[in-house]
Design a protein. Sequence first.
Lengths: 119, 110
Amino acid sequence: QVQLEQSGSELKKPGASVKVSCKASGYTFTTYVMHWVRQAPGQGLEWVGWINTNTGNPTFAQGFTGRFVFSLDTSVSTAYLQISSLKAEDTAVYYCTRESWDGYNLDHWGQGTLVTVSS
Amino acid sequence: QSALTQPASVSGSPGQSITISCTGTSSDVGGYNYVSWYQQHPGKAPKLMISDVSNRPSGVSNRFSGSKSGNTASLTISGLQAEDEADYYCISYTSSTRVAFGGGTKLTVL
């Protein structure tokens, strides 16, 4: 069965960096686009962007350029989200989510990774 | 500010039906049949409930249905149950950025 397993919670100081991982299993990793979604405490879902897992080409939503980086390690079917120069407002749960093959539906989600930025 | 507009909250009593709207433009909701709906319970990851405007993935109750008219998509939940109380989000394909998200709707079962 399809699974997306994310790395554990992180506590970081402002200005630091964090790297969240998302390990996929149960399907061919490079066949499906991967998206990243952010949810700040008590807020709605916010789209961060997506990465073509075949080419590695990333696309970022407005407001997520510069400090956010997507990367892949296809040898271990894992996608990564790295955030640099962390700010308090980056405190959120970050989800990886797979896009279905037959349309722009997000059919499987990771369990989420809480990133807390606090001094 | 989200690209797609949803009501902040809706409510209904057990057994009733409710509808949640998702309004976009001809560049997203109105232009393509790629609207999906997600249910999110507190502390949990979102779950796909409706794909491609009106398709129910395997395992999703037939009490959930989707439709679209013009630039507005709708999610209808019939025979409301306590377990339906959750946040609901719509997502649409958009020609500009690939996907656009709604701001979410909190459903309260009275």
